[in-house]
Write a protein that binds this ligand. Structure first.
Ligand code: SF4
Length: 282
């Protein structure tokens, strides 16, 4: 059974422990003796302050021991251990949990887990025989159904013809995310004159998401090119403020009852007459 009281000879071997710590540490970085604890019968660990600037709160731990009925204390091991107030690196987090939206750059590959909850198997038609195989020909002869009636053909039509497709969970988390950014609770939507559902710039989606979302195609809207909730809205709504047509100018009035005299030279018509005939118009 372990003794709680440190062995006297081992507890007195402070200098032996200090020398061991000094040998392992950089010169001058072993500080005060902080105490000793019993690790077992005739096994004691001495702690020394570590003066390394990068290891605040760490301690040199030197374990010494002696054999039963022996008077000589020997060195067991020397390690640097963190104390209760030690400066420690943050806990390591796997990259898959550290990844944030926007971290993926050009050329990066992001592996998707085989068991990704956001995905579920699609209908890729891999189970069907290749189109030019004997089996396929035999099947076609026996069952000449159009391709659209086959499961894989139908799956392609409805967008399921891929190895994996979005699962119900995947749809939900995407919808939550989009609604948070472009949903009815955003300040922009709250101040909008009308919602996207009545806007001419809304491009509808296909599939079940079309019931709640569309894509904004107004280049002046902050949501241009983004998936928006049908309850979202912005000041760029197509019907919110239709610009009035500019007024049409009145057609020109032509007075055909009068004749306008036009001078052929720079002088006034009356002066021209005076010069030619040497008379005034009086
Ligand atoms: S312009 Fe505004 S209201 Fe119209 S679809 Fe885009 S975000 Fe919705």
């Amino acid at each position: 059974m372990r003794s709680r009281t440190p062995d006297r000879l081992c507890a007195e071997a402070v200098e032996l422990a200090r020398e061991a710590a000094a040998e392992a540490a950089r010169p001058g970085t072993v500080g005060e003796h902080l105490g000793a604890v019993a690790d077992g019968d005739r096994v004691v660990t001495h702690f020394f302050e570590c003066a390394e600037p990068g290891y605040q709160g760490w301690r040199w731990a030197v374990t010494v021991a002696r054999a039963s009925r022996a008077k000589t204390v020997t060195l067991d091991e020397t390690v640097l251990l963190p104390g209760p107030d030690a400066l420690l690196a943050p806990e390591w987090v796997p990259w898959s949990e550290r990844l944030r939206p926007g971290d993926l750059g050009p050329g990066d590959l992001l592996p998707t887990e085989a068991e990704d909850l956001r995905l579920e198997p699609g209908i890729s038609g891999e189970d069907a025989p290749p189109p030019d195989s004997v089996l396929a020909e035999e099947e076609l002869e026996q069952r000449p159904v159009p391709r659209i009636a086959e499961i894989s053909g139908f799956a392609e039509e409805v967008g399921m013809g891929r190895a994996r497709v979005l699962s119900r969970y995947g749809l939900h988390v995407a919808a939550d995310r989009w609604e948070e950014e472009y949903g009815p609770k955003t300040p922009m939507a709250q101040a909008a004159p009308a919602s996207c559902v009545t806007c001419g710039f809304l491009v509808p989606l296909s599939g079940s998401l079309r019931q709640a979302f569309g894509v904004c195609a107004n280049e002046f809207s902050p949501a241009d090119g983004h998936v928006v909730s049908l309850s979202y809205g912005c000041g760029g709504h197509s019907e919110a403020a239709v610009m009035p047509k500019p007024p049409r100018p009145a057609p020109p009035v032509i007075d055909e009852t009068r004749v306008d005299e036009l001078g052929l030279h720079d002088t006034e018509p009356d002066q021209e007459t005076e010069t030619e005939h040497g008379e005034t118009g009086d």
